[in-house]
Ligand binder design. Structure first.
Ligand SMILES: Nc1nc2c(ncn2[C@@H]2O[C@H](COP(=O)(O)OP(=O)(O)OP(=O)(O)O)[C@@H](O)[C@H]2O)c(=O)[nH]1
Length: 427
């Protein structure tokens, strides 16, 4: 009996002790929070990576709403940071507009616009960006300079000069003319030192690039918006160029409407709109797969209504072998023409594609009358000579050059500044 009483007493004491210990532990644990706000660590929830507490997750940070929980209706494109490149193909896709999310209960905030930026002025851009031509500078400019500055200009040297020009995509005709002119001059002057060689080369390159063509962009006409059509094969940089031109115009105090007539690729319209929003330009867009001519027509209509200075129309990248697509381009021009003439048709060519760019250009010339060329990606190539080939073979002036992916990496083409950039600083 005494043994039984002892066992009962021990059990009671043991149960009381366990209860006290467990109770204390529970009181010491942090309180669970659904918002994770304040200073308390947020407990991991389903879908969190690694279950690590994330300070501020789910709350408000730096004045911007944090990403919403799954199913909430607050998916918004983040505003572009100043200087950041806009979204392009291959990057994370733009989230679907909140209004398109099904089964949404919460109110949908309006599309958050990036802050409007102040683009760099057009004047002197090429001089500022001349370092971007460094690859062409070392291959073409410096290559020729070192050959022509030598003591002896024998046949082998002239062959090297010719090869250097051809490799830099100057083109066969222009290369023969250049070599003939340089030979003639050195025959008269004899072998020359670096300064003379530089001056002679500068003259002859300038003669090939041409200094008399009208390279101005017709982006302003009386009593109506000027209409600029931007064409070219896919991936050459049309959308980017439209965005960059809009910035150039806005920097010059103009108002711009953008027309997203690339209805084949939905992301292209988003991309163009993002460019527009960064400088406060309106974008007219249509349904994916819709009629590009109708979008272009509406964009010009909008430009007229809003008394914009310029309407820039981005078209789809079209393969030059597809006759149907080329016909469509002609249709866009025809339909837009109902409002008034198209003032500028710019062909965007990727400088890195070399002579292939010329083949593309010829086909485009047949579909629509081109008024100028934009040569993009000159920053990524040693073939700066393509500037000469394009103009010589097509008779169309290069009006703008692309020198990088940055928003202000587009410069008006100035022959003197370009040739100087190719030749680099005098030694
Ligand atoms: N390095 C460099 N990249 C450029 C330049 N211009 C455009 N790009 C890049 O080229 C790529 C294609 O540019 P897009 O503007 O999308 O070309 P697109 O012709 O509109 O393409 P599609 O819509 O598919 O027809 C992007 O990654 C641009 O950032 C340039 O001057 N230099």
């Amino acid at each position: 009996m005494e043994l039984l009483i002892l066992i009962v007493v021990i059990s009671v004491v043991a149960v009381a002790t366990i209860g006290f210990v467990v109770g204390s532990a529970v009181r010491r644990r942090p309180r669970r929070t659904l918002t994770g706000g304040g200073t308390e660590p947020r407990l991991p929830a389903a879908g969190d990576d690694g279950g690590q507490p994330r300070p501020g997750a789910g709350g408000i940070e730096g004045g911007r709403a944090s990403p919403p929980a799954a199913g909430a209706a607050t998916i918004e494109p983040a505003p572009a940071a100043p200087g950041a490149a806009p979204q392009v193909e291959g990057e994370a896709p733009t989230p679907a507009p909140a209004a398109a999310v099904e089964g949404v209960a919460a109110p949908v905030p309006p599309r958050q616009r990036p802050p409007v930026e102040t683009p760099a002025p057009a004047a002197g851009r090429l001089v500022r960006l001349r370092l971007r031509l460094s690859r062409s500078q070392s291959a073409l400019g410096r290559g020729l300079l070192s050959l022509l500055s030598g003591d002896r200009l024998d046949e082998e040297t002239w062959e090297d000069v010719e090869a250097t020009l051809l490799v830099a995509d100057v083109g066969v005709t222009a290369t023969s003319e250049l070599v003939a002119a340089l030979r003639e001059r050195t025959k008269v002057l004899g072998a020359s030192g670096p300064d003379q060689a530089r001056a002679m080369l500068r003259d002859e390159l300038l003669a090939q690039v041409g200094t008399t063509a009208d390279r101005s962009l017709r982006t302003s006409v009386p009593d109506r918006p000027a209409v600029v059509l931007v064409v070219g094969v896919n991936g050459t940089g049309k959308t980017t160029t439209c965005g960059k031109i809009a910035r150039l115009l806005v920097a010059d105090g103009r108002t711009v409407v953008l027309g997203a007539a690339d209805t084949f690729r939905a992301a292209a319209a988003d991309q163009l709109q993002t460019w527009g929003e960064r400088v406060g330009a309106e974008t007219v867009r249509g349904a994916e797969g819709g009629d590009p001519a109708s979008v272009a027509f509406d964009a010009v209509k909008r430009g007229i209504e809003s008394r914009a200075d310029t309407v820039l129309i981005d078209t789809a990248g079209r393969l030059h072998t597809k006759t149907g697509l080329m016909d469509e381009l002609a249709k866009i021009k025809r339909v837009v023409g109902k409002h008034g003439p198209v003032d500028e048709v710019l062909l965007v060519l990727d400088a890195t594609t070399g002579q292939n760019a010329l083949v593309q250009a010829r086909v485009f010339t047949e579909a629509v009358e081109l008024s100028g060329v934009v040569l993009t990606k000159l920053d990524g190539t040693a073939k700066g000579g393509i500037v000469i080939a394009v103009q010589r073979e097509l008779g169309i002036p290069v009006k703008l050059i692309g020198l990088g992916e940055g928003p202000d990496d587009l410069a008006p083409f100035e022959p003197e500044a370009f040739v100087d950039a190719l030749l680099g600083e005098p030694a």
